[in-house]
Design a protein around this ligand. Sequence first.
Ligand code: ZN
Length: 138
Amino acid sequence: MVINQTLTFSTRGNGHLIDVTSQVSGILADSGIRNGILTVFVVGSTAAITTFEYEPGLIKDMTELYDKLAPVNKHYAHDATWGDANGFSHVRAALQGPSLTIPFEDGSLYLGTWQQIVLADFDNRPRQRSIVVNIIGE
Ligand code: ZN
């Protein structure tokens, strides 16, 4: 059995990190599928999906790491292509990746207690983001 559903989030952009675990788990619960894999995919080339312990300290740590890896105030060739000044957003999104696969059993995702599913919006402005949740199982 396969289920395909979309979630929509309004973000602030600029590195906004959003815990989407409860919404994703809700889709699994409603599906009635007991065993299989679930994938989470964000549409767009300036956002990413990752997992970490969603608490203020780590949110700060991750934000600092993204700033270090792809600083805002640096020249990016992409900015010359479109003039949209978000080269750093694309680089961060490409490094982090757009999706996550999580196995589940007896209707429960194999997530650790301190392991949340996080949407990262790296664009330089607020966005409406679509996350596609695919569930394959029985
Ligand atoms: Zn761009």
